[in-house]
Design a protein around this ligand. Structure first.
Ligand code: ADP
Length: 490
């Protein structure tokens, strides 16, 4: 079975968030199951530099405002899987963030850039670009690829089934209606039954409306997005397509996220946690924090945004500090939140440390060195950092939403007695609820002794590897192929 994964980012070549980790790990997990999997990526500088043995496959004429577009093929650096790369220098060879320019605003031609990504997927599906390999299913990730199902549907002879995965519904790929003229799609595609969204067009909505199946990255988020509270204005579309929508939990690449590896001050494992203490001390020293605090060391590795509840955390920081706990923050995001954390660090230098930036290896040191990872998100499609934290014996403290609800079992009397607890869960994304759970976590840390260690070990034994999720995706692909084959016979 041939599957084409279409995405805008992939670890370690280009990464702005969890999407890149998923796109790096899921295709190899499927390949291990015997599927013939390839990726299609935009020719961003990191992709052009990182793909091995890149060679041209087909020259595509001037499209989407680019004079020169070449479809190339090479291999992904870690997995060795084949990857197609769209080399369109005018559109993609831009340094920095894949979505925004140096001023922090979206690139003004993003509709063309990601329109080309979807268009290329459809033309690979039709066999026009590489007659030697035609996918049986196109699997498109997030709004950047939302036009792939639209272009496939646009070709009357093309019946390739599509899976569209929502990694975060809040990013809807919205553009002014005029942009539709640049996309080579007929006008009726931009009506309310198509990709129209409040007088604009939405690439996310195109993916939702035109794909054969929709998935999102946790079962709870799959339910939440059918409600106005979490549906970002697309909950009606979700309810319409509820029969084709399912939640498949993301997995973790334990070859990358593993406390036994060498990225941290000292390796440790579930049976020997001594190294974790060394990692904690190293992290405290790295950031000039006191090594004498009685409370736990909390960490954040996150985009600093209101989605991630970072404003709530700033609001309850005085409560955390009163417990003689400490906080380290690694992240970038909203200017006022960055400034708030910087200020907190400047007035509490032995208790709060902040690194504003994106640093992959530091994120591993945070996971290993902290006692608790804070993820107080208002909504969270899956969330990966809490899964990484579990493996590092760093107890996640999370809001009960989306994938956080599906993956962390609360430290309460019942779950402790049943040997199930793996972290701290609070019910409402509100300041008082977060503050209370932080205080309780501090109490459990101070009094917990063996109980804390037991929860850590249980957390580390959780298995969120890709095996089960890959099996679920495979099931979905097979169902679609069978339906497609039956349709052809009719
Ligand atoms: P989202 O994709 O919504 O940002 P996830 O939890 O799904 O959130 O994934 C975030 C990914 O990005 C994780 O791999 C996390 O370790 C990483 N990450 C987030 N912020 C940073 C940062 N400042 N430095 C390094 N890695 C980061």
């Amino acid at each position: 079975m041939r599957i084409l994964h279409v995405a805008s980012e992939i670890f370690p070549l280009v990464k702005t968030g969890g999407l890149a980790d998923v796109v790096a790990a899921l295709p190899p997990a499927l390949a291990k199951r015997g599927l013939d999997v390839r990726a299609l990526l935009p020719g961003l500088p990191g992709v052009l530099d990182g793909i091995v043995g890149l060679r041209p496959v087909t020259r595509v004429g001037p499209v989407f405002g680019a004079a020169s577009v070449t479809l190339c093929q090479g291999r992904l650096p870690d997995s060795g899987l084949p990857a197609y790369v769209i080399d369109a220098p005018f559109l993609f060879r831009r340094e920095g963030n894949p979505y925004t320019g140096p001023d922090g605003n979206d690139w003004s031609d993003n509709h063309r850039r990601f329109g080309l990504l979807g268009w290329t997927a459809a033309h690979l599906a039709s066999g026009e670009l590489d007659p030697e390999w035609t996918p049986g299913v196109v699997h498109a990730h997030d709004w950047h690829t939302g036009l792939a199902p639209a272009y496939i549907m646009q070709n009357p002879g093309l019946k390739t089934p599509t899976v569209f995965t929502i990694h975060n519904l809040a990013f809807r790929g919205i553009f002014p209606m005029e942009c539709h003229y640049d996309l080579d799609l007929p006008m009726h595609r931009a009506n309310p039954r198509g990709m129209e969204f409040h007088g604009n067009i939405s690439f996310m909505k195109a993916g939702l409306v035109y794909s054969s199946k929709i998935t999102t990255v946790s079962p709870t988020y799959a339910r939440e997005i059918r409600t106005p509270e979490f549906g970002c204005g697309l909950d009606g579309v979700m309810r319409d397509r509820a029969g084709d929508l399912s939640g498949i939990l993301n997995g973790v690449d334990y070859a990358v996220w593993n406390p036994a590896n060498t990225r941290t001050a000292k390796a440790y494992s579930v049976d020997d946690l001594a190294g974790k203490k060394v990692c904690k001390r190293a992290l405290q020293l790295e950031f000039g924090l006191s090594t004498q605090a009685r409370g736990p060391l909390f960490a954040v590795v996150s985009r600093l945004t209101s989605q991630k509840g970072m404003d709530l955390l700033l609001a309850v920081l005085p409560e955390l500090l009163r417990e003689d706990a400490q906080l380290v923050v690694l992240g970038t995001g909203d200017g006022d939140l960055e400034a708030g954390f910087r200020y907190a660090a400047s007035v509490n230098p032995d208790k709060v440390a902040v690194c504003i930036g994106y640093d992959e290896s530091m994120s591993h040191r945070f996971m290993a060195g902290a006692d608790v990872l804070l993820v107080p998100s208002r909504f969270e499609p899956c969330g990966l950092t809490q899964l990484y934290a579990l493996r590092y014996g760093t107890l996640p403290l999370v809001c009960r939403v989306g994938g956080l609800a599906d993956t962390v079992v609360d430290v309460n009397d019942e779950n402790l007695a049943a040997d199930k607890a793996t972290g701290f869960v609070f019910g409402e994304a509100a300041r008082h609820a977060l503050g209370a759970r932080i205080r309780e976590a501090c109490g459990f840390y101070r009094d917990g002794g063996d109980a804390w260690t037991k929860v850590q070990q249980r957390a580390m034994r959780q298995d969120f590897s890709w095996n089960d999720s890959a099996a679920n995706y495979e099931r979905l692909y097979r169902e679609l192929q069978a339906r497609n084959a039956a349709g052809k016979e009719d």
